[in-house]
Design a protein. Structure first.
Length: 433
C-alpha cells in the first residue's frame, strides 16, 4: 500500500493503489496501372536521391575516421579498446536520425490536445495497474527518496508508457551519427563518450543499450550524462539497469527528482478557481506567494478542499484567462528539470493525479480559439524582440521567457496579462511602436 503524503492532502477516499478500390479488370487497365506505378516509383527514387545528396550523407570511410579519432578521448575516460571496438562494431551513420534534426512542425499542438494524449484513459488505467503491481517497490522508493510515488509513476508513463516503449535505436549509433554531424556542437560527442563509460562499467551491452533517436535511454529516457549522475542499482544486482529492471528505473527517476530539489510531502500543484473579475496581471508564473495569500485573494481549490496551511504556489494560466487555472508548487519546477516543457510537467502532474484517483479537471479549455502556427508564433516573438522584450530565440515555441515577455507587453498595452498568445494579440503587436 502506498503511503503518500501530499501537502494540503486531497481526500484519501479518491485515491486508489497504486475504403476499398475498384478492381483492375482488362489487360489495358493492367498495363496502364503498371506504367503509372513505374513512373511513381521512379519519381520517389529520384526524390530520395536528391534528398540524400542535399543532406550531404556522410560516407562510411569518413565516419570510420571520425570514430577512430574518438579513441584517445574514450581511452582517457578509462574505456578499454575491447569495449570501444565492440561498441562500434558494424555501426554506420543513420540518415534517418539526421532527418529527425531537420524536421519542423507547422503547428505546435494546443495544450488540450497534448494533454488528451498524455493523460488518456488508457494510460491512466495502465498506470493504476502498474502502480498496484509495484506498490511494495514504490513504497520503498518513497521511503528512501521522499518523492511522490504517483509522480514517479507519471514520469514513467510519459517517458516510456510504463516500460512498453523505450525507443528502438542503437544508442551508440544514434549518438555517433549526431556527434559526427556536429549537431549541437560537442554535446552529442560528450554524451557518446559517457555512453562508452557506461558500457565499460558493465551496466549495459551495446545490443541492450537502446533508446530514442537522440540517445535518451531506457524506461527513464535518461541521456548518458543523466544516467551517470542519477541512475541507481535499486534491486542490488550490481548493475544500474534502466532498460529491463523496473525497480532500478523507478528508483532512478525518484533519485533524479530528489537530487533536483523535490520537497517531500508536497504535491506538484492544484487546479484552482479565480473569483469573478480577478486581475491576474500582477502575478507572474515565475513568482511564488504563500497559499494563505492566494486564499485571501479569493482563490479556491477546484476540488473544494482547503488550501494548504503552508508552502507557496505560483499562478499559471496555460490557455489564458478563459482556460483552467493552476497554482504550481516548487515541485512543478523540479518536474520541468526532467523535460523543460510546461506542457510536459503539467502532463506529469495531471497523470499522477489520475493514477492516484483524483477526478479530472473542472475547468474547460478554449478549444474554439484560433491558434497561431509555428511561423506566426515566430513572428510574434520577433515583434516582441523589436519592441524591446527579451524572448530568447524566435523558435516558434512559447516557453517561460517568451510568456514572461508576452505578459510584460500585455501590461504595457493595458491588456489582461495572462501570457496567452493569440492571432488578435499578434495583429496588435504588428502595428505597435
Amino acid at each position: 500500500m502506498l503511503s503518500i503524503l501530499r501537502h494540503g492532502s486531497r481526500d484519501d477516499r479518491r485515491r486508489e493503489p497504486i475504403g476499398r478500390h475498384a478492381p483492375v479488370n482488362s489487360f489495358s487497365q493492367i498495363v496502364r496501372a503498371l506504367l503509372v506505378f513505374g513512373c511513381v516509383t521512379l519519381a520517389i527514387l529520384a526524390s530520395g536521391l536528391r534528398t540524400a545528396r542535399a543532406a550531404g550523407a556522410p560516407s562510411n570511410a569518413e565516419f570510420a575516421a571520425f570514430v577512430e579519432r574518438l579513441w584517445p578521448l574514450a581511452q582517457a575516460r578509462g574505456v578499454s579498446r575491447q569495449t570501444f571496438d565492440a561498441a562500434f562494431n558494424g555501426v554506420t551513420p543513420s540518415p534517418t536520425i539526421l532527418g529527425h534534426t531537420r524536421k519542423q512542425a507547422e503547428f505546435v499542438k494546443p495544450i488540450w490536445d497534448y494533454l488528451a494524449g498524455a493523460v488518456s484513459t488508457a494510460r491512466t488505467e495502465r498506470g493504476r495497474a502498474r502502480a498496484a503491481e509495484f506498490s511494495a517497490v514504490l513504497s520503498q522508493i518513497e521511503s528512501r527518496y521522499g518523492v511522490d510515488p504517483y509522480v514517479v509513476m507519471a514520469v514513467w508513463g510519459m517517458e516510456s508508457n510504463f516500460g512498453s516503449f523505450t525507443g528502438g535505436e542503437n544508442v551508440i549509433r544514434a549518438l555517433a551519427t549526431l556527434a559526427f554531424a556536429r549537431y549541437r556542437g560537442d554535446f552529442f560527442r560528450d554524451e557518446l563518450l559517457t555512453a562508452l563509460e557506461i558500457l565499460q562499467q558493465g551496466h549495459a551491452t551495446p545490443a541492450s543499450m537502446s533508446g530514442s533517436w537522440a540517445g535518451a535511454m531506457g524506461q527513464t529516457q535518461f541521456m548518458p550524462s543523466s544516467f551517470f549522475k542519477y541512475a541507481v542499482d535499486f534491486d542490488g544486482d550490481g548493475r544500474k539497469n534502466i532498460w529491463t529492471s523496473i525497480p532500478d528505473a523507478l528508483a532512478s527517476t525518484a533519485n533524479y527528482l530528489a537530487e533536483h530539489g523535490w520537497i517531500k510531502g508536497y504535491t506538484w500543484g492544484y487546479e484552482v478557481t479565480l473569483r469573478p473579475g480577478y486581475d491576474v496581471s500582477p502575478h507572474d508564473p515565475l513568482k511564488f506567494r504563500n497559499f494563505a495569500q492566494w486564499a485571501a485573494d479569493g482563490i479556491r481549490r477546484a476540488d473544494g478542499e482547503p488550501m494548504p496551511g503552508g508552502g507557496e504556489g505560483s499562478l499559471y494560466l496555460p490557455a489564458g484567462a478563459k482556460g483552467p487555472a493552476f497554482l504550481f508548487t516548487q515541485n512543478f519546477r523540479v518536474i520541468k528539470t526532467y523535460n523543460n516543457s510546461t506542457y510536459y510537467a503539467l502532463g506529469v502532474g495531471l497523470l499522477s493525479d489520475r493514477i492516484a484517483g483524483v477526478p479530472p479537471l473542472k475547468g474547460s479549455w478554449p478549444k474554439q480559439d484560433k491558434r497561431l502556427s509555428m511561423t506566426q508564433t515566430q513572428d510574434l516573438q520577433r515583434h516582441l524582440a523589436r519592441l524591446g522584450f527579451d524572448v530568447g530565440e524566435a523558435d516558434g515555441r512559447i516557453g517561460d521567457k517568451a510568456q514572461t515577455a508576452i505578459r510584460a507587453y500585455q501590461r504595457k498595452a493595458g491588456l489582461m496579462a495572462d501570457g496567452y498568445p493569440t492571432p488578435a494579440l499578434l495583429e496588435k503587436m504588428r502595428t505597435a511602436r
